[in-house]
Ligand binder design. Structure first.
Ligand code: PEP
Length: 250
């Protein structure tokens, strides 16, 4: 099966001002891309999201939350629900980003509850998995990815709503990108696990992004690999040259 590539931009807690976010979107206008050939999904801060949604959609991009609550609405200060995102016409959310896992104590169980809520709301999820440096060095990469994925598998009824982002934690924001062979080998193992744990059909259709220090320069070789269906990009998505990554995969 040929899978449509998908490129995500995770702005994390950036930029400083709404005017900077708007200027970035304006700069992207100059380049353009073919939305028939690649899906582009941008995750601004929760505060900026509503303000840049229309300009991003004008470029053919979708908007994405960086996180979502694991509960329904109610007395959960600081949270929002998958249903709120649907109501605000935000079609995607990230779940399980390594910064949520390591800095906010998000567990596999939390990610599973969040995925369940998104499935109920019909919301698309970019589900992030990946190993720490010491886990790679001790040969545990595949075990970690399987454990993180296994947590959500029982919750997923509709795999069309799931994109997986393989993001080795040692490559996120470090400038140390996985080699194309490392990323391909790991992503092939993730797909093989989906085949074993879910079905051949799901393994074949689910898109797996690579994330971790992707740049306009290193993306070109990574995207030649058969199990890399696009990228989740952090730092490089805050620059006008992000569009070079988008156009490299289309
Ligand atoms: C990310 O935040 O998901 C990410 C991959 O960051 P960076 O591209 O900066 O490594």
């Amino acid at each position: 099966m040929s899978r449509k590539p998908i490129v995500g931009g995770n702005w994390k807690c950036n930029p400083a001002k709404l005017a900077d976010a708007k200027a970035l979107v304006e700069a992207w206008k100059e380049k353009g891309f073919d939305k028939e050939k690649v899906d582009v999904v941008i995750a601004p801060t929760a505060l900026h999201l509503g303000h840049v949604k229309t300009p991003l959609e004008g470029l053919g991009m979708a908007v994405c939350a960086q996180n979502v609550g694991k509960n329904d609405m109610g007395a959960f200060t600081g949270e929002w629900t998958a249903a709120h995102l649907q109501d605000m016409e935000v079609g995607y959310t990230l779940i399980g980003h390594s910064e949520r896992r390591s800095k906010y104590g998000e567990t596999d169980e939390d990610t599973a509850l969040k995925v369940e809520k998104c499935q109920e709301a019909g919301l698309k999820v970019i589900f992030c998995i990946g190993e720490l440096l010491e886990e790679r060095e001790s040969g545990k990469t595949d075990e970690v990815n399987k454990r993180q994925l296994a947590a959500i598998i029982p919750k997923v009824k509709n795999w069309d709503l799931i994109v997986i982002a393989y993001e080795p934690v040692w490559a996120i924001g470090t400038g140390k990108v996985a080699t194309p062979d490392q990323a391909e080998e790991t992503q092939a193992a993730i797909r093989a696990y989906l085949k074993e744990a879910v079905s051949a059909e799901v393994a074949d259709k689910v898109r797996i992004q690579y994330g971790g220090s992707v740049t306009p320069e290193n993306c070109k070789e990574l995207i030649t690999k058969p199990n890399i269906d696009g990228f989740l990009v952090g730092g490089a998505s805050l620059k006008p040259s992000f569009m070079e990554i988008v156009t490299a995969v289309q």
